[in-house]
Write a protein that binds this ligand. Structure first.
Ligand SMILES: [Zn+2]
Length: 511
């Protein structure tokens, strides 16, 4: 599951700096019983988690050959169990990148004074690491927020940071803002800090993201073919520049123009979701799909240590593979199709599932529901969460508990999962749908839920080894993991065979 500090919209990049400075841190009844479920076994889950979280895969960092090796392993198990490659192959390949600062970044402002005001890259301004490259020149116009303003055609929009529509917390807010302003005609975007809300060292922190010596677990990444990003240059200016620039722009008598050159070098690499299809048997219903997902990437290695990611997310990946075997071994042929998806790029902002949503293998309106398995193998242990009214919990109390997140958006899914749990006997907790930790937004189910597809997140909960090198295979509760994998399999088959689709409902307090 995605860590808050790695969330792309996180503005607390000083946190990033401190990491670097420290150097090291850390059936339906009608169809009869569902067959195949007995093939999901804890000893096999233990073998799989131990393998996925072994030294061999070095923590499955994004952009590493070990992640590609893990993808081959997953595809091999899909193939052996008779799953079909939905798109002709098991890999849904896509490009990800890290960014380096180019040498041509430049920004000049005319009209501020008699002479030209030339800004210095890295101290006065910096392009966003996902900005397109190019030179734009035109009048600067201060806009209150996207959608609020006059004609932006041919103009460089200047907008205060934090004024965007943050309806998708897993997406960089400035990119969402830039995208909206581009749609209104802007040729470039300058993001300014509100001088009353100045974050010290913001520009320096953004510059850190361009370093080429960061370990994979820290360096920010994006997806190349992503329609949500603006296609115009977007730069951020410092608090000091904002302080001088904003008063100039607020006086409409001033004619302030700028020339902005953004130059970002993308270091691209190919990665992949691994997707296997269990084809439905009903001639009509087979065109609809139930999606099961688990991300298989994690944090990789750094400073001579491996972040093994046994729970995050060896547990969900192993469960997905046992479910592939259950479909392979059983005579269970669901009416609807079922898609098993091992996502890449989750730890970098749900990038694999986001890519899938813009390149789906079944139409989204025929995607009936989605289950995500992420961190389903440990006993929850954490301090109190006041925003959710949840007290401190100890691991010893949580040997058989499983959180199910997202049920507020689909009471139908809650009912199905509760009913199927009669066969698995977990202590289910339908919670964490809201609250300050935004847990529901922090794994791949959110990519589906934000597009109004009923989706839930199976999540055993946080623990002190979360995103540390101590998340190892020996610490997994395999009896719990077996129950969770069985429950996901049973509920997925039930949905795939049901004559009715589960409904999506937007709760009053939901995003
Ligand atoms: Zn994670």
């Amino acid at each position: 599951m995605l860590q808050p500090s790695h969330r792309p919209w996180s503005k607390v990049s000083a946190f990033l700096l401190s990491f670097i400075a420290a150097g090291l841190l850390f059936t339906t009844a009608a169809q009869g019983p569902i067959t195949g479920v007995d093939s999901i076994r804890m000893d096999e889950l233990r073998d799989k988690v131990t393998y996925i979280a072994s030294e061999k895969f070095k923590g499955r960092g994004n952009g590493t050959r070990e992640l590609n090796m893990a993808a081959e392993y997953i595809a091999g198990i899909f193939e052996k169990n008779g799953l079909k490659p939905a798109s002709g192959r098991f890999f849904q390949s896509f490009e990800m990148y890290t960014s380096l600062l180019g040498t041509n970044n430049d920004m000049r402002i005319q009209g501020a004074s008699a002479s030209e005001w030339k800004l210095t890259v890295r101290t006065d301004f910096i392009p966003e690491r996902w900005s397109v490259n190019g030179v734009v020149s035109g009048p600067m116009v201060l806009v209150e927020r996207p959608g609020s303003s006059a004609n932006l055609k041919g103009k460089i929009a200047v907008v205060k940071e934090g004024r965007g529509l943050a309806d998708d917390p897993e997406f960089p807010e400035n990119a969402a803002t830039g995208h909206s302003l581009e749609a209104e005609g802007a040729i470039g975007v300058v993001v300014v800090q509100d001088p009353s809300d100045r974050r010290e060292g913001e520009i320096a922190a953004l510059a850190e993201a361009f370093r080429d010596d960061l370990p994979t677990r820290i360096v920010p990444m994006s997806t190349m073919d992503s329609p949500e990003y603006p296609k115009i240059p977007v730069v951020v200016v410092s608090g000091d520049v904002s302080k001088r620039l904003l008063p100039l722009l607020m006086n409409s008598q001033n004619k302030v123009e700028a020339t902005v050159t953004a130059d970002v070098n993308r270091k691209t690499f190919t990665t992949q979701n691994v997707i296997g299809l269990v084809e439905g048997t009903d001639p009509d219903l087979k065109k609809e799909v139930m999606v099961l997902g688990a991300h298989y990437d994690h944090d990789g290695e750094a400073y001579g240590q491996i972040w093994y990611g046994a729970d995050d997310n060896g547990s969900g990946t192993a469960a997905l593979l046992e479910i592939a075997e259950a479909f392979g071994i059983g005579s269970m042929k669901p009416a609807r199709s079922v898609l098993l998806c091992a996502w890449a790029g989750e730890e970098k902002g749900l990038l694999g599932s986001r890519y899938y949503m813009s390149h789906p293998l079944f139409p989204l309106d025929r995607t009936v529901a989605m289950f995500q398995m992420d961190m389903i193998g440990r006993n929850e242990e954490h301090g109190a969460d006041e925003s959710e009214g949840i007290p401190e919990e100890r691991a010893s109390e949580n040997g058989n508990t499983m959180n199910v997140l997202g049920s507020a958006y689909s009471p139908d899914l809650k009912a199905i999962i509760s009913r199927m749990n009669d066969q698995t006997g977990l202590t289910l907790r339908f919670r964490y749908d809201f609250g300050a930790q935004e847990l529901l937004q922090r794994s791949d189910q959110w990519s589906f839920l934000s597009k109004r597809i009923p989706a839930v997140f199976f999540f055993a909960g946080l623990h002190p080894d979360y995103h540390t090198p101590r998340d190892t295979a020996a610490k997994i509760n395999y009896a719990k993991l077996e129950k969770a994998a069985k429950l996901v399999y049973l509920a997925a088959v039930d949905i795939a065979n049901s004559p009715v689709r589960p409904k999506y409902i937007k709760p009053a307090n939901g995003r």
